[in-house]
Design a protein around this ligand. Sequence first.
Ligand code: NAD
Length: 259
Amino acid sequence: MNRFEGKVIIVTGAGSGLGQAATLQIAKEGAKLVLVDLNQAGLDETKKKVQEVAPNAETLLVTANVATESEVENFVNQTVEKFGKIDGFFNNAGIEGKQNLTGDYGIEEFHKVISVNLNGVFYGMKYVLKVMKEQGYGSIVNTASVGGIRGVGNQSGYAASKHGVVGLTRNSAIEYGQYGISIKAIAPGAIMTPMVEGSLRQMGGDNWEEVGKEFVKPNPMRRFGKPEEVGYLVAFLLSNEADFINAAVIPIDGGQSYK
Ligand code: NAD
């Protein structure tokens, strides 16, 4: 399939995990890519992998913090200067934060998680939507979480931020559908990425792999999701095949959120 031939796609959090997996999928299908991350080494790794699967892919790498509005505005401007348009936006960068009961959850930690996961997603939508509205087309996929549709425990900042992402998605989707733009969110369950490994290490230290086996036992499919499984979903949602999917929040979690 070549669903992204000639299309310009921005991915935040492109240096690892779900962002990297989605990048590779859309690169294989012909996209011109703007890859954004705080972590330059992660971006370099993703670019190397892109070159392996799509040697002719045009890429622009931008080291930026999505929690800083001016840096978001800047990568959107850079995209338009280099490529002249934005077809799709995977608004995905996020952090988990430290786990703790709500009464023990640090205020600074709360603000930090909100600033990346919620403010960052809002800034991205704000600046990308201005461009897409002018164009009269575009697709945005925001990364929420199972923790954005139900409680998971010990994650006040994360849960609040991801519920917020669901709200932003639905609010903007009903505003911008009339301009030919669709906005949706994905709600992944536990997908084995460096973020989840970090979280398991918080719970189990060196014993984290054993903790992981216990962790997935209640999942109907008894396993973690794979980053590439999320990549396939994101590629579909960013493509024109999914233009009429708007305001939807799509779980990809082995059925966990329906138990
Ligand atoms: P990851 O840690 O592997 O990748 C996240 C990437 O985002 C990293 O490269 C990191 O450098 C980047 N990043 C973090 N803060 C940033 C900032 N302020 N500005 C720019 N880049 C920043 O994690 P992942 O599992 O791939 O997570 C990606 C998204 O998926 C996150 O929003 C996360 O909350 C969400 N999510 C993940 C899972 C899962 O199980 N892995 C489940 C639900 C939701």
